[in-house]
Structure formats: C-alpha cells, structure tokens
Design a protein around this ligand. Structure first.
Ligand SMILES: CC(C)(COP(=O)(O)OP(=O)(O)OC[C@H]1O[C@@H](n2cnc3c(N)ncnc32)[C@H](O)[C@@H]1OP(=O)(O)O)[C@@H](O)C(=O)NCCC(=O)NCCS
Length: 205
C-alpha cells in the first residue's frame, strides 16, 4: 500500500461548514487534476516558479495534511497542503499552496481550510507552521514574520511575507539557516533542474 493511500485510511471525516455549502475533506489521489486546474485558475502559471516549490518538489505532503474544500456536488473549490521541513535539526511544517476557486473567494473557504489544517497539524503533534504569503491575511491565524527572522529559504523571498506560527510555544527555538525539505520522497518524481517540473508525482493506488 502506498503512503498516499495509507493516509486516506486514517483520514478524518469531512468537516461540514454549516450554511456555507462546502465541506473540508482530505485530498484523494483522484482529486489531482481538478486541484491542478484550480491552482492555475487561482494563482496562474507563475505559481510553479515560487521559491517554496523547491521545498515541495519530489516530496509527499505530510501525513493527513493535504486538504480540499468541496462544494455540494463534491467539486474541489479549495486546497491546502502542508509539508515537512527542517532547519538546524528543528522540524516544522511548510504550508502551501492555499488557494480558493475565484468564484468562491470571500465566502470563508480559505479560512475554513486554514483552521482545519492547523487543527489537524496540532492534533498530530506538530509544533510549528511556516509559509510565504500575504501577512495581512495570515495574521488572523496568528502568523508573524518575527518567528522567521533567523530562517531563510532556498531562493528569493520577501521577508515581510515569510511567516510562521508556533503550535507549541518555543517549537522554533534553535531553528536557523536555510529550510530544507524533510518529508517522504514521492516515488516516480521526475528529476529536473526546474522546480516547476518536479511537483510531487501522484502514484497510482
Ligand atoms: C487568499 C485566499 C486563499 C483567501 O481565501 P478566501 O476563501 O477568499 O478567504 P476567506 O473568505 O476565508 O476570507 C476572506 C477575508 O480575507 C481577506 N483576504 C483575502 N485575501 C487577502 C489577501 N491576499 N490579503 C489580505 N486579506 C485578504 C478578505 O478581504 C476577507 O476579509 P474580511 O474577513 O475582513 O472580510 C484566496 O483569495 C485565494 O485563493 N487567492 C489566490 C491565491 C493566493 O493568493 N493564495 C495565497 C495567499 S497569500
């Protein structure tokens, strides 16, 4: 059994979000194409050139921490993933990308994905989450650039957008230097010098 399938077997049940008409659910292998299309719609092709892609290329998301939002017909309207990273031996999670279908933006989908992802990460014992994103948006979940002052990324980053949240106080103590990917490697990931072409490969179940 591959890891992605194993994750599904222990995945939590979908979380209903009341009157809003969508649920937060674990990502499934069959979601891959719809998720890619959503990311293209929400973020454009430049998404593949982001520095954070270098920490995701050829890796699998952290167990149980690849989530989607589905509408009433089961269609994917939002996505978020978290990835294992480490710096100076301190383990953390890197969040991203978070994206919501443009038609659904402003209806609470992004917030619901964030809250569920952070709750599940906390429940699994993770200590900290790092991301690159708009500080005014992520501040509402407790993210701050203060916690990343000693950290770097393997590429250019706007430090005002380089944010972190400690799920356990002091979880990032001692973390310094460049973040490195530390998650499980995806089988069949293509080797390439271009991060855009080394997205985690989906394995057939
Ligand atoms: C950013 C994103 C994920 C937010 O998802 P969403 O479902 O629209 O967000 P929610 O409905 O939960 O929250 C809406 C609130 O966030 C605010 N918001 C949305 N995007 C924001 C941004 N980039 N910066 C600051 N605030 C933002 C809205 O103004 C609104 O504020 P209010 O609650 O005070 O009215 C979504 O707009 C998106 O996919 N954008 C394109 C992809 C992207 O940029 N992703 C990375 C984010 S840095």
């Amino acid at each position: 059994m591959n890891q992605f399938v194993a994750n599904r077997l222990v995945a939590a049940q979908p979380v209903a979000t009341g009157a809003a008409g969508f649920v937060i659910d674990s990502e499934r292998p069959a979601d891959e194409k719809a998720r890619e299309r959503l990311l293209d719609r929400a973020m454009g092709p430049e998404r593949r050139r982001k520095t954070c892609e270098r920490l995701r290329a050829g890796r699998l998301p952290a167990d149980g921490l690849a989530l989607v939002a589905r509408d009433a017909l089961g269609r994917i309207i939002g996505t978020v993933r978290l990835w294992h990273v480490q710096a100076a031996g301190v383990q953390a999670l890197m969040l991203g990308p978070l994206a919501v279908d443009p038609w659904w933006q402003g209806h609470g989908v992004g917030g619901a994905l964030m809250r569920e992802a952070l709750a599940r990460a906390s429940a699994r014992g993770h200590g900290a989450v790092i991301l690159v994103g708009d500080a005014p948006y992520y501040a509402r979940f407790g993210f701050s650039p203060r916690l990343t002052a000693a950290l770097d990324l393997p590429g250019p980053v706007d430090r005002a957008r380089f944010l972190a949240l400690e799920l356990k106080p002091g979880a990032l103590d001692g973390a310094r230097g460049c973040l490195r990917a530390s998650g499980a490697k995806a089988a069949f990931a293509r080797v390439s010098r271009r991060p855009a072409l080394t997205m985690p490969a989906r394995r057939a179940s």
